[in-house]
Write a protein that binds this ligand. Sequence first.
Ligand code: ARG
Length: 458
Amino acid sequence: MKLWGGRFTKPTNQLMEEYTASISFDQKLAQYDIQGSLAHVNMLQACHIISEEDAATIADGLRSVATAIENGEAELHQEHEDIHMNIEKLLIDQVGPVGGKLHTGRSRNDQVALDMRLYLRDTVLEITQLLSDVQASLIKQAEANPDTVLPGYTHLQRAQPVLFAHHLLAYVFMFQRDSERLQDSFKRINQMPLGAGALAGTTFPIDREYTAKELEFDGICENSLDAVSDRDFVVEFLADASLIAMHLSRMSEELVQWSSAEFDFIELDDAFCTGSSMMPQKKNPDVPELVRGKTGRIYGHLQGMLTMLKGLPLAYNKDMQEDKEGMFDAAETLQGALALFADMTKTMHVKKDSMYQAVRQDYSNATDLADYLTEKGMPFRQSHETVGSIVLHCIHHQKYLLDLTLDEFQTFSHLIDADIFDVLDPKTVVNARRSAGGTADESVREQLRKAHAFINEN
Ligand code: ARG
């Protein structure tokens, strides 16, 4: 017998029951659903809508249903469609018809919106914590390698050397914005929809503020139609999740490149790599590859949610049951990636010498030679031209700038003196970029100070 069976004369079609049920996935909301019901029943009693005795029976019943579900002892049935009706059915089986008073002044429409918000509230806090863990690992690596230099790239061509710590800190700042976005979204998630009823409110003298306070919401959704219709807070979460995934994916791409023999800048710990079934020598960076690969599904969930919502008239429509799987999957995919990233980046081996060789064997100090000539009075455009021909000369003679003799330098310009060799040293090149936010040692130390301050606050 269905809980809503009163106006029906026939059993439901089997296929339609399978097709429309959400219990296979919305059971993830079980504990939140019960948390919401406990607050609701307290409110019903406080407002004298149900008796103290009935409220206590219902609350006890709900707690034992919670325990049964937690221990895997409760049977959830597709016949009861979703987690809300399964729990109500379990409650009524447990405490008898008085359990039927729980749903007074409530609809599944406001109930499901509440459960989603309770779930996301926890999830957003968990993801913020995981982001902090990743940031902490990156900061640790930055501090463990304070003077490690590697080529900085534009167009994936070696451009100017940068401190490895500077490169890692770039991601720390990206993850900081991600974290701030999530923290900001919390205040929009944390509005209480219960009491909106099916769409228009309820005839019972409920106290929505009471329920909001019980559940530690910042306030109530002010319009009942809005409360049950919108899922913008889910869209916002998926957008935030997409940005995090994008940042993780770019970093993944770099970790994959850096692990290759061609770059040879890092080695990921064995614990985070796999071998090949055929080629005995292989050690593959599966984790960053898969994090990069899974980014698509998070973007997909964002697109799916926006599309699902775009044509819906107010208020609730069954389409909206499609709001859950993408949200769960995005959250779980991200939680997995972030947890792995924190450990993987903390344990990776940084090949300092190999990075230094890469910096030593390129022309990434050419800008500094041009700046040197400019400081000595040559107009920058002419310095650029002169250094261009010096680089070309080097390429023809298979040399780097630091391999040239002073005599060779001076055939291009008499402005060049013996101090040029120090100016072109990679360490000097890095430390010359002292502008705020630049890669010089002191600027990177300043960034580290800021990073420590904000991750302590997150
Ligand atoms: N399982 C439903 C969902 O997730 C719960 C709300 C059902 N409401 C309704 N009027 N059929 O959307």
